[in-house]
Write a protein that binds this ligand. Structure first.
Ligand code: ARG
Length: 582
């Protein structure tokens, strides 16, 4: 509400400037406060007093001008001038009640779809073939997925692009090793340990000349589309992605095999792109390599920095692929927006690839590219998150540990739960906790991974949020009524009822904020505040007590329902399922 009035006043300031009532350079901080005395309305602003001097007007006179210019709003029932020039707003409580009724009954919790849907490509997850997903992949995967779900919910056409690392010279060595294994073992090879596979392949490559020779030969053949090499390569991709898909499914991440658009997809385009950049005069031959010199980036010597797009040996680079990928996304999907969920250390790589794509006309002005960057994943000691022996933590192992820890947390809290029921709840809590703890922090900073902070019922955590939801379900079970039986209007007499209602109507703004900024933590912060407002409401406003009047009880139950619905929708957009009991 406050935000709404603030917006109205900001629009008013713009209009007053356009009509020369106030000078264009005036930039007042529009402040809106709650009034202490309800006879002065609900909200008030001192804007007229702040602007009186620059506008060279009497404050009360200016206040009247502001009121006359203020855009109409169904939330405001009356506006008055008070004292030396305060403007008091009286809100229409009927409006708020009506909103709550809709939030309680609508599967979208009253969030409207956008009027003009866009086509948006989301580039996220992007693990590498023949390697197991490591713990740090979780950041891109869950943050990208939450934003993808949010954009889709708002009605945009979203294309998930899983830019997996499935191309490069290492595939020669991987194919040669796969071949060796298939020849040597009669049974189906076991690729469950992809890390070991990669390590072994590298070992042979470094130590066995004949093997290395064969590997190099396979690189050339694979590039040339040789059928045998293609088949072997495909096997490696499929085995890797089958394992990764199991992780996506377990984490409730909405990626499927259809979303794989790996580096190999752009391989065929690379020679054309390089040739075109040369033709356009953007790229030049430099010491055998093909290079784009960018004035926007200066090297140490003050000269424009060179970005290599083709090496002396003819090989293409990661940047070349990203230039081609940007072009492809515009040509094939007519993308309006492309969001990249990638480690912040790749910022310069992306900026340069986009800049080159823009100069070449592959990326029109109407297509925005955004780096939804995130920081590193650190251990409690503030150092990069590693196993005790200093190795990379496999994501699959981390999820397994989460499951064990969640089983203990839930089992301890609720000893009656056992067997399959306990397991189902623990699974949801485990995955929710791992995801939520990452999602709830502002993604731009490094993220400290800490089991104790995520698997607890206290604070802004998944267990707390899930518990708040299941608690509302138990209030309903106790009340013995179903949602559809609730009628009558919403009564917002108690402060805590009003505060909860005010919080509930903010979901719409929050969803749009997440979509605009690619920042799911805004949703987490909001849901946490909502759960807090609910707990305060529930403490102050009894529901299942004998002396609560029937209409009051029905109204409060609908506030409960609206809260539960909002939590469900909000958590759902984060890729987190709710639990009816826990
Ligand atoms: N596979 C890359 C990595 O592991 C991430 C790819 C990100 N996406 C992109 N379009 N460059 O670092």
């Amino acid at each position: 509400m406050k935000e709404h009035i603030q917006q109205l006043l900001e629009q008013t300031v713009t209009l007053l400037k356009e009509n020369d009532h106030i000078p264009a350079e005036a930039a007042p901080r529009v402040q809106v406060d709650r009034t202490r005395d309800k006879s002065h309305g609900d909200l008030a602003t001192n804007l007229a007093m702040m602007l009186a001097k620059p506008a060279k007007k009497n404050p009360r006179e200016l206040a009247q001008l502001i009121i006359d210019t203020l855009p109409a709003s169904e939330l405001v029932s009356k506006v008055e001038i008070a004292g030396p020039g305060f403007i008091n707003f009286f809100l229409d409580s009927g409006w708020l009640g009506k909103q709550i009724e809709t939030i309680a009954s609508d599967s979208r919790a009253n969030v409207a779809a956008v009027a003009a849907p866009q086509t948006i490509v989301t580039d996220y997850s992007a693990p590498n073939v023949a390697k197991e997903m490591a713990v740090h992949h979780i950041r891109s995967t869950v943050i990208g997925d939450a934003v993808t779900r949010t954009l889709e919910f708002l009605g945009h056409k979203v294309i998930r692009a899983n830019h997996i690392g499935d191309w490069g010279t290492q595939f020669g060595m991987l194919i040669a090793y796969l071949e060796k294994m298939e020849n040597e073992s009669a049974s189906d090879m076991d690729l469950s340990d992809l890390e070991a596979f990669y390590r072994e392949a590298k070992k042979y490559y470094d130590e066995d000349n004949a093997f290395a020779e064969r590997a190099r030969n396979y690189v050339v053949k694979l590039q040339g589309g040789d059928e045998y090499c293609r088949t072997m390569w495909k096997k490696l991709v499929d085995i890797t992605m089958a394992q990764n898909q199991a992780i996506y499914d377990r984490l409730n991440v909405s990626l499927s095999n259809d979303d794989v658009m790996g580096e190999s997809l752009y391989n065929a385009l690379l020679p054309e792109v390089v040739a075109d950049l040369v033709e356009q005069g953007l790229a030049v031959e430099d010491d055998g390599a093909t290079v784009v010199f960018l004035d926007e980036y200066k090297g140490k010597d003050g000269n424009p920095m060179g970005v290599i797009i083709r090496k002396r040996d003819g090989g293409f680079l990661y940047t070349t692929t990203d230039i081609a990928a940007a072009k492809y996304r515009v040509d094939t999907f007519a993308a309006d927006r492309i969001l990249y969920f990638i480690d912040s250390r790749q910022a310069q790589h992306l900026q340069q690839a986009w800049l080159i794509a823009r100069k070449a006309g592959y990326l029109p002005e109407t297509t925005t590219t955004e780096h939804c960057a995130f920081g590193m994943m650190l251990g409690k000691d503030g150092k990069p998150f590693k196993t005790r022996s200093g190795g990379t933590v496999k994501l699959a192992d981390l999820l397994e540990e989460a499951h064990q820890r969640a089983t203990k947390l839930i089992g301890d809290k609720n000893p009656d739960l056992q067997g399959e029921e306990l397991d189902t709840i623990a699974t949801t809590v485990a995955m929710a906790s791992v995801k939520y703890s990452d999602l709830s922090k502002n993604r731009t900073t490094d993220y400290v991974f800490d089991w104790d902070n995520m698997l607890t019922f206290e604070g802004n955590t998944a267990p707390y949020m899930l518990y708040a939801y299941s608690r509302i379900q138990s209030i309903f079970r106790k009340a013995g009524v179903s949602a559809t039986e609730l009628t009558g209007s919403i009564i917002l007499e108690h402060d805590k009822e009003e505060a909860l209602a005010q919080k509930l109507v903010q979901l719409n703004d929050v969803v749009h904020g997440v979509a605009a900024k690619g920042a799911p933590h805004l949703m987490c912060t909001y849901l946490f505040e909502l759960a807090g407002a609910f707990m305060s409401f529930y403490e102050a406003c009894p529901i299942n007590k004998d002396d609560v009047e029937a209409e009051v009880k029905a109204s409060r139950l609908r506030l409960c329902l609206a809260t539960a619905n909002t939590l469900k929708v909000g958590l759902g957009l984060l890729g987190i399922n709710t639990l009816e009991r826990m």
